[in-house]
Design a protein around this ligand. Structure first.
Ligand code: AMP
Length: 252
């Protein structure tokens, strides 16, 4: 069978286990905390590696857009089994929004000519759930979002999607965009020998200017606030008392 080329975009985000806090100026969350690869992107890398295990001539290219630290995330992808990495350097991560990332990924896709791009369904820091869909639109490629199962043949992607009340299976021609849902797979941990090997794998750098992409933000953050504190609960004496409080205090 022919060889496949897969791009996997991976984002460096605040680690899922960190309790996120708003900064004192209320302009952003405190980003001075542990970061890791976006969990849905780990699932995307894992899926690409599983495809490569079945079709060994597959080439996996991890791409990350962001500050120099994004290279740590790319090394993790390489240690999990990606073959090479591309870092699109954007000094200030806060300037990057999904449309800008989608345009950068489109430019990379036009250079690398992949058969498949597997993204996370969403980044857990901005919860946008936009980049994959925008990229499919910009490239004019079919998209299969929220994948819980993926089967690839020479020319087709068969994807099972989690939809309300069940599972939907669709088939699309390649090249295509797939976004991963939580239950697609359980990502492997990179072994120490593979972490060592990853240091020698090729990592090339690019910039929005080199890719001729304008990443000017389209949205402005006005403020960032903590959610309202929960009010303490109250015990009621009787059902009548409950109904009275619901009517007169909670105004239900
Ligand atoms: P979002 O639309 O921000 O929720 O992100 C959806 C997916 O797009 C992520 O799971 C990543 O696969 C990809 N993505 C978003 N931002 C970046 C980035 N800065 N670098 C690489 N991939 C990204």
């Amino acid at each position: 069978s022919k060889s496949l080329r897969i791009i996997v975009p991976v984002k460096r985000v605040i680690d899922y286990a960190v309790k996120v806090r708003v900064n004192p100026a209320k302009t952003d969350v405190d980003r001075n905390v542990k970061h890791s690869m976006n969990p849905f992107d780990e699932i995307a890398v894992e899926e690409a590696v599983r495809i490569k295990e079945r079709l060994p001539s597959t080439e996996i290219i991890a791409v990350s857009c962001g500050s120099a630290k994004s290279q740590e995330t790319l090394r993790t992808a390489l240690a999990m089994g990606a073959d090479k990495a591309i870092h699109v350097e954007v000094a200030d991560d806060s300037k990057l929004q999904p449309l800008g990332v989608a345009k950068l990924l489109k430019a990379i896709a036009e250079e690398q000519k992949p058969d498949l791009i597997i993204l996370g369904k969403q980044a857990i820091d901005d919860d946008s759930n936009q980049t994959g869909q925008m990229l499919a639109g910009l490239l004019n490629w079919p998209q299969a979002t929220f994948a819980s199962k993926v089967e690839i043949t020479d020319t087709l992607a068969k994807v099972t999607r989690e939809v309300d009340g069940g599972l939907e299976t669709i088939s699309s021609k390649l090249p295509a965009i797939i976004t991963t849902d939580l239950r697609l797979n359980e990502p492997r941990y990179a072994s120490l020998p593979n972490i060592m090997k990853a240091k020698k794998k090729p990592l090339t750098k690019s910039t929005p200017e080199q890719l001729k992409v304008d990443i000017t933000p389209r949205l402005e953050t006005i403020k960032v606030e903590e959610p309202a504190k929960r009010q303490g609960g109250k015990k009621v004496e009787s059902v009548d008392d409950l109904i009275d409080k619901l009517k007169n205090e909670a105004k239900v």
